[in-house]
Design a protein around this ligand. Sequence first.
Ligand SMILES: [Zn+2]
Length: 221
Amino acid sequence: MEESVLVIKAEKYLKEISNDDISIDDIDEFENFKNLYFKLDDRLKSLKQLRRDMEVQGYGTPFTSLNKYGTKSIGEVSLEEVSENSRHNQIFRNKANAKKNILDRVKSAIDSHQIALAHLDQFGYLKCDSCYKKYSVSEYKQLNGKCSCKSDSFSFKISRQNTYRIEIIPFLPLSGNYRVLMADLSKYGRNSFKKVINALKQERTGHVKTISPLFRYKDKN
Ligand SMILES: [Zn+2]
């Protein structure tokens, strides 16, 4: 596939995702839960395929082939050539930036989908009506509707012990739009976010194994 075709394809796919409103209304009904989980899981597969295609085409390091004057030394390069080269470089630079940005968005979309799926996985599970075997929804998806005991009758259960926050799912940057969402944060929110990210990047010495976030919020009154 031609390089820029992949950028257009990824942009189109992320746009489709952003146009699709995710709802968790009546998520305790199996059909709604299943439809949401299956949709996000299928999308995750497509996003991962996109990421693989991009990485194969060098989207991770798009600037490496940027070479000012080819194999000539500076003395041999005419003025015309310099200006032609700088125009060419500008075009190349723009294309490289586009590749870097779209790969960044695809990665963010992958992370967001994984977070959403993990919460759903913790939220609900299935129990075979015949042998009472329990399945997570990801296991259930592999079964194609049949338990190992051959029964195809399951009950949907909501976990009482697991930890999940499915209400965050509609707010995740599922289309890789984390920069847009970040721009909507207050200055305080942006700074706090940066602090957490920096801590995770282990900018300071030593390993960060745990982070305890402290949230302060201002009441409107
Ligand atoms: Zn069974």
